[in-house]
Design a protein around this ligand. Sequence first.
Ligand code: CMP
Length: 140
Amino acid sequence: MATEHTLSIIKPDATARNLTGKINAKFEEAGLRIVAQKRIHLTKAQAGEFYKVHAERPFYDELCTFMASGPVVVQVLEGEGAIAKNREVMGATNPADAEPGTIRAEFAESVGENSVHGSDAPETAAEEISYFFAGIEVVG
Ligand code: CMP
């Protein structure tokens, strides 16, 4: 399997509860390397642009308000099959459906406030990484 990069976001519910270290330990234990990272506070417009694929969904406004409600940590994870591996470590979107031991099973509060985001495919990973990082900032 090829080495991939994927975008990971530690969401405001998790930064508020001081969980960034515990969450990143899960990624590192799974063999993923954090090769770019920054803590930022998105505006609602910036969150809206990032999640524009969901613009027609009923939860879009709530999602954008939440993502702008506090700091987030945006990061690039690197590894063999990193996109799928990240999604495995995160667990299902709804924590009620997440496998035991996954980040969302352990830490997420609800489907909306679910602690982490991860890219879902190679094309979206490339697009999402470039939304937050210049190539020179990704250091593997
Ligand atoms: P994420 O992986 O960041 O991608 C889109 C997000 O929309 C998703 O995680 C959830 O946090 C959020 N989301 C999905 N379904 C709902 C819902 N029914 N209500 C609120 N937020 C949702």
